[in-house]
Design a protein. Structure first.
Length: 337
């Protein structure tokens, strides 16, 4: 029997031109998979909405590269692994990237160069004489949460907001560079908030501040936008011990938001779980395997950094040759999951 193999794939048209994937072309591109990404983006209508978060104050008759085209060019290049603006010295001539960016004369006119894109990226919120394109931070923040809300056909019963921070290493003399002792390098310290796989906040920060700096404001903003659409949803904030700060915990308690956060080990809570630690050690001696005993207690810091006593759940764990206690502070009740 004759076995038929599909030799071409048709995608959404680009203005008056067809977009077709074939396997018998001459000039090849290793980035053609981005055409599939383009179809996904068009279903979400994401990049036009992102471009709408920018204000273009250039003279219309002098514009060769619209904001939406430049935003798409930069986003697709990042998705394909081209992180540096200098890459666009060659990418601006790439016909595939021109199609992805929505260039009407794809293959005939070049895309924006690195200097033009640099003006887009460095434009701030305030008007500038030399940078005519400005972003509106609140609009971008709102869009991230809106995309998350649109991804759910029905309101979920519960969502978990994960707060995290990480290092962004610096290899030059960038503005605001600071040596961070924990990461042992000069870096920035961006803040991220996720709900599952959805990014709700990405805030670039310098590393000369507390890991939790600004987190309460970001959580408050996100929760307010979510509850405007899902007023009954249960929200849990989850974070490491770097976010175990009274400001954030108190706001959650006062606004009906649950939290589960790491609590840094110190001698006082370790003394409280001494009976459980001894029990874990006894079980370990009997079985030769790691042993864990859980307990909970009400705890308030002696330094006054907490304004009230809070529930702490502890794990007393005995491993081979050492103990490994862990503590979590939470306002979830004992029956919560």
């Amino acid at each position: 029997m004759t076995e038929c193999t599909q030799s071409s794939f048709e995608f959404q048209v680009h203005f008056s031109r067809e977009v077709v994937a074939r396997f018998d072309g001459g000039t090849m591109s290793s980035d053609a998979g981005a055409v599939l990404l383009r179809e996904t983006e068009r279903r979400l209508n994401l990049l036009p909405r992102l471009a709408a978060c920018f204000e273009d104050r250039r003279q219309p008759w002098l514009i060769s590269h619209p904001v939406q085209e430049m935003v798409a060019q930069r986003v697709y290049a990042l998705a394909l692994g081209y992180e540096d603006l200098t890459d666009h010295g060659q990418l601006r001539e790439d016909p595939l990237l021109a199609v992805l960016s929505g260039k009407q004369q794809a293959g005939q006119e070049p895309l924006a160069g690195k200097s033009t894109l640099n003006g887009l990226e460095l434009g701030g919120e305030a008007p500038s004489r030399y940078k005519k394109i400005h972003y509106r931070k609140e609009a971008i923040d709102e869009l991230l949460t809106k995309v998350f809300l649109e991804a759910h056909p029905e309101p979920p019963e519960q969502i978990v907001l994960d707060l995290d921070t990480t290092d962004l290493p610096l290899h030059g003399h960038q503005e605001g560079r600071f040596f961070h002792g924990y990461y042992d390098s000069h870096c920035y310290l961006p803040l991220y908030i996720f709900a599952g796989e959805h990014l709700l906040c990405a805030r670039l920060r310098t590393a000369d501040q507390d890991a939790a700096a600004g987190s309460q404001d970001e959580v408050e903003r996100i929760v307010r936008q979510i509850r405007a659409v899902w007023p009954q949803v249960r929200i849990i904030v989850r974070a490491g011990s770097g976010f175990c700060r009274d400001e954030l915990l108190k706001w959650c308690e006062d606004n009906g938001v649950y939290y589960v956060g790491g609590f840094a080990r110190n001698e006082r809570p370790r003394q409280i779980i001494e009976p459980q630690a001894q029990e874990a050690a006894r079980l370990h001696r009997q079985t030769g395997k790691p042993a864990r005993v859980f307990t909970e207690f009400s705890y308030r810091t002696t330094t006054g950094s907490w304004s009230r006593a809070r529930r702490v759940v502890a794990k007393a764990e005995q491993l081979e040759g050492k103990e490994n206690p862990r503590f979590v502070v939470t306002n979830l009740n004992g029956c919560a999951t």
